[in-house]
Design a protein around this ligand. Structure first.
Ligand code: NHW
Ligand code: EN5
Length: 388
């Protein structure tokens, strides 16, 4: 069934029932001297290209490859449209490895035709903090599909991760592979219902008119919680404390330090937005919420080219109820002209989705670990990790 994945150190469907297999690495590291020294061979017309994302021309090529060939929904109505600034943010976190930004180009035309990337992260599984690679942006040009290029890209990124003495990875996919640690559902909160209906992202409910629908999703003009404001550089230490204490509750979560928080959570226009509640009395930071910006191209629509979507990222409530905090996140997203606010049913998100008028989407997101077994998997609510 899975000619490639059957050869890899991942949970195999056939081992699912075997209670004797312990949690943790599936196979031990090999000595670095035994890591293959040269790149895997590509078909003769292609060559590897280690990408320099500080090079604006190269970044534009990557942007264009993904904008035309990356993930679509099951009916091919929308395609993710990660911005160049977002890609730079996603791929250049603290201590990133340039060798993990892997392109494939046609030797003759020099055109970029495929890509895969990794970034380093510390991820905790139960009480084990593990150095991992987060693998993302695997993409093969539409004209080169089904030629078994993806396994070559995956083997090559694996080799380059091994060269850094890292032996585990985390990744997500919309497709089922051996074997998810958990399967999450996407939920969607309409901010601009008329546009969403016009582009076919959502439908007018039964016995609903457009004006009733617009009224249903109306939001206040400004956040309601006293002390709610944008995160700033001076908040990094307080946010890190809040987030570390919160993420400790989950079975699988990143181990963020202040350097990570500054990169992943400090606001960047149209890339990542973070807000917090500073108590008007004590000036203590008590709550935090964030979302990232990932538009989708609208395919084949005469009126609109893109949907502006916010994706719930990391949220922590200690004083402000989570539902109230997320309502304020919806309000600022609406102020900033987003069309839809998306969230997965991870962490404690179930506690606000229905109440805040999110509805279930038709997409799922499966989470995977490479060379790390978690017996029987976990529930989405036990997962404290959001990948981009
Ligand atoms: S998920 C998004 C992936 N990208 C897209 O969906 C974009 C649109 N699609 C494409 O570009 C986020 C192509 O369809 C791709 C497959 C390139 C997906 N993950 O070349 P072939 C990520 O980026 C397996 C993993 O003929 P293709 C996460 C498939 O099961 N494997 O197919 C990436 C089959 O293997 P099998 C996937 O359609 C995580 C083989 O590829 C996959 O031309 C990567 C077929 O290859 C997917 N999303 O190209 C793993 N989709 O065994 C990282 C298909 O079943 C692992 N396949 O025969 C960790 C590495 C690091 C370890 C470090 C220690
Ligand atoms: C790696 N980081 O399917 C990610 N999106 O539900 C790679 N559906 O937008 C893997 N089909 O349900 C990504 N509208 C896997 C996801 C791929 C993209 C995807 C889904 C997630 C999606 C929308 C549009 C469906 C269009 C037809 C959807 C319904 C919204 C409605 C709003 C009002 C309340 C009820 C729900």
């Amino acid at each position: 069934r899975h000619k490639f994945w059957e050869t890899q150190p991942v949970g195999q469907f056939r081992d699912a029932a075997d209670a004797s297999l312990p949690d943790g690495p599936i196979e031990p590291p090999t000595p670095l001297s035994e890591v293959r020294a040269d790149p895997y061979p590509l078909p003769a017309a292609f060559e590897w290209l280690t990408c320099d994302l500080d090079d604006d021309a190269l970044l534009a090529d990557l942007y264009s490859l993904l904008a035309h060939n990356y993930v679509e929904d099951d009916e091919n109505m929308f395609r993710f449209n990660y911005s160049p600034a977002f890609l730079r943010w996603a791929l250049k976190p603290p201590s990133f490895f340039r060798a993990w930004h892997i392109g494939v180009r046609a030797k003759e035309s020099k055109r970029l035709v495929a890509f895969i990337s990794g970034v380093p992260a510390r991820i905790r599984a139960r009480d084990d903090v593990v150095r991992m690679a987060e693998i993302n942006f695997l993409c093969v040009h539409k004209k080169l599909r089904s030629k078994r290029l993806a396994p070559v890209l995956i083997r090559e990124v694996t080799r380059r991760v091994h060269q850094e003495n890292i032996w585990q990875a985390a990744y997500t996919a919309g497709v089922v592979l051996p074997t998810p640690i958990t399967t999450c559902r996407y939920w969607h909160r309409s901010l601009n219902p008329k546009k969403l209906i016009d582009v076919g992202f959502s439908r007018l409910g039964p016995r609903m008119t457009m004006s009733r629908t617009v009224r249903l999703y109306k939001l206040p003009d400004a956040p309601l919680t006293p002390g709610f404001r944008r995160m700033e550089l001076r908040d990094v230490a307080a946010v890190t404390r809040l987030l570390r204490a919160y993420l400790a509750k989950f079975v699988v979560a990143p181990d963020f330090d202040e350097v990570d928080v500054e990169h992943w959570l400090l606001p960047q226009e149209d890339v990542v937005d973070s807000y917090l509640v500073e108590s008007p009395e004590t000036h203590e930071v008590t709550d935090f919420c964030s979302f990232y910006t990932l538009p989708s191209s609208v395919l084949n629509n005469a009126n609109y080219a893109t949907l502006k979507a916010a994706y719930s990222y990391y949220n922590v409530s200690t004083k402000t109820p989570l539902q109230q905090l997320m309502n304020d996140a919806l309000i600022v997203a609406k102020q900033k002209n987003y069309d839809v606010f998306n969230a997965l049913d991870v962490m404690e998100n179930e506690s606000f989705l229905k109440e805040l008028k999110f509805g279930p989407g038709d997409g799922q997101l499966h989470y995977y670990l490479y060379n790390y077994r978690i017996r029987n998997g976990i529930k989405p609510s036990e997962l404290g990790l959001v990948l981009l």
